[in-house]
Design a protein around this ligand. Structure first.
Ligand SMILES: C[S@@+](CC[C@H](N)C(=O)[O-])C[C@H]1O[C@@H](n2cnc3c(N)ncnc32)[C@H](O)[C@@H]1O
Length: 486
């Protein structure tokens, strides 16, 4: 049976378990809801508050078996008892073997041996990060310390958040829609009248229809651009990552796409830009799009960290007659920008679309510190007692000297606005809304894009506008280039 059909067929079982008020699940700290039923493909896990409830759950399993013909694979099933003990007799009654050590719940090891669980959950991931850092970047490439810090930060960020990313891909960029979906799921589990559930779904559908409408009322992409978008979406990202070709597990959702691509094309062509700089190329969607509307002697210089993406984008862009206008600079953007500034290059339009979390440079008693492990990751995982805990990975500080005292983005902006932006030029900064994080109340004001946005509004020498296109584009221009004269 195909996976999707299986999910459909298994849904009544899930609903019956969730809606049965006699079966109580467990309450995870900080969560308002009880968790009792977890399903992934043909794996089902039930977490109940009391062993007596297992019998109740088995009644539902039996009913489902009778109706569907499906059976529990008792050979492959196991019972993990935390807190209270379960007797041999009880186990015999269930016909399921006890879990000796650890078991997996949605890909996370849980069990009585906390140390073993931690080791199984983390050791392999940490090893991969170390190997990638040491072998791919630490020794082979002659990167400067800030360069290594950038690579390491990007690498760890992506590697450690792979599981999270899987979940994210099904989420909307609009936090209001995600909230609506959460409330809808809760309403469904509480048995709220169908008309209200349908109303919530209609709101979700309308938001999607608005996005689709904008897409449909935007010019269609050129043939080579359509091919680039299609090939990016269909690229076997997971495989190339597993084969060690990319430095992290890439999601094609990073691509700007046709709608945002046309916004950039309009800005570039309306400003008659001949020199464009892009920070963060990915597979070349925005770079090629901008090149398409530039004159034959126009040039797009784009920065990309990942060598695999550089090769792939080059192939994609070379299928277009405009691809020759795109020059790729491989490596950490800061180093590329440094090089461009040294050569006194100027750009009419600058599109900034690289890592937003960035990394911090700290100035301490006249010395700069490059934070190698910049982002403090807080990972929630189940301990053996099924409590949600938070692990905080340590921040390592390595000293290096520099005259700069700012975050990456401030740094890029400083470069962009003071050194690289030609007179009359415009900067466009992507992801200014960053999935709603900057305006969510519980978000610290000094993090990533939020900090960047807050910094922008303190600048007296620029005009800025935040356009709610896709994930938000902040346009920035010098006041002196915009003020009229009388
Ligand atoms: C959001 S994607 C860019 C999307 C692209 N502009 C488009 O239109 O499809 C961000 C890209 O920036 C690259 N990147 C991230 N941090 C970087 C850095 N510090 N230097 C250079 N490139 C970086 C990533 O590898 C990724 O390909």
């Amino acid at each position: 049976m195909s996976a999707i059909l299986y999910v459909l067929a298994a849904e009544p079982l899930g609903q019956a378990l969730l809606k049965n008020n006699n079966i109580h699940g467990i309450k995870i700290p900080f969560s308002v809801k009880e968790s009792k039923y977890f399903a992934h493909a043909d794996d089902t896990a039930l977490t109940v508050a009391d062993k007596n409830l297992v019998t109740e759950a088995f009644k539902i399993f039996d009913l489902y078996s009778q109706a569907s013909g499906e059976k529990i694979n008792r050979e492959k099933s196991e019972i993990l008892c935390l807190g209270s003990k379960i007797s041999e007799k009880e186990l015999e009654q269930f016909g399921i073997k006890p879990c000796e050590n650890v078991t997996k719940l949605l890909g996370i090891y849980i069990g009585k041996d906390k140390q073993l669980c931690e080791s199984l959950n983390w050791d392999e991931k940490i090893k991969k990060i170390k190997n990638n850092f040491i072998f791919n970047f630490g020794s082979k490439k002659e990167l400067t310390l800030p360069g290594r810090a950038t690579v390491f930060s990007t690498l760890t960020n992506n590697k450690l958040s792979t599981e999270e990313k899987g979940k994210m891909s099904k989420r909307s960029r609009d936090p209001a829609i995600n909230k609506l979906r959460e409330v809808k799921a809760e309403a469904e589990s509480l048995g709220v009248p169908e008309s209200i559930i349908n109303g919530m779904q209609a709101v979700d559908d309308l938001a999607k229809a608005r996005e689709d409408y904008c897409d449909n009322k935007t010019s269609t992409p050129s043939e080579s651009m359509a091919a680039l978008i299609k090939d990016t979406l269909e690229h076997p990202w997971q495989n190339v990552y597993e084969e060690g070709k990319t430095t992290w597990n890439i999601s094609p959702r990073m691509m700007s796409g046709n709608l945002e691509g046309y916004v950039l094309k309009f800005l570039v062509s309306a400003s008659k830009s001949k020199n464009v700089l892009e920070v963060g190329m990915f597979t070349g969607c925005s770079a090629l799009g901008m090149a398409e509307v530039m004159p034959d002697d126009g040039k797009v210089v784009t920065c990309e960290l990942d060598p695999y993406l550089v090769d792939l984008a080059r192939k994609f862009m070379d299928r277009s007659p405009h691809g020759k206008k795109v020059e790729i600079l491989t490596g950490p953007a800061i180093e590329s920008l440094n090089g461009l500034a040294k050569k006194n290059e100027k750009f009419d339009f600058i599109f900034i679309d690289a890592d937003k979390a960035g990394y911090c440079d700290y100035f301490n008693n006249g010395h700069m510190y490059a934070s190698v492990f910049i982002n403090v990751y807080q990972f929630k995982y189940f301990t053996s007692y099924l409590h949600l805990c938070t692990i905080t990975l340590v921040t390592i500080l390595l000293p290096y000297h520099s005259s700069n005292n700012s975050r990456t983005f401030d740094y890029i902006l400083r470069y962009a606005s003071q050194e690289l932006l030609a007179p009359g030029g415009t900067i466009a900064m992507d992801n200014a809304l960053f999935g709603g994080k900057p305006y969510m109340e519980d978000r610290p004001p000094n993090e990533g894009v939020t900090k960047f946005n807050n910094m922008i509004v303190t600048r007296k020498d620029i005009y800025y506008v935040l356009m709610p296109v896709r994930d938000g584009i902040m346009l920035i221009r010098r006041k002196e280039d915009m003020n009229g004269t009388v």
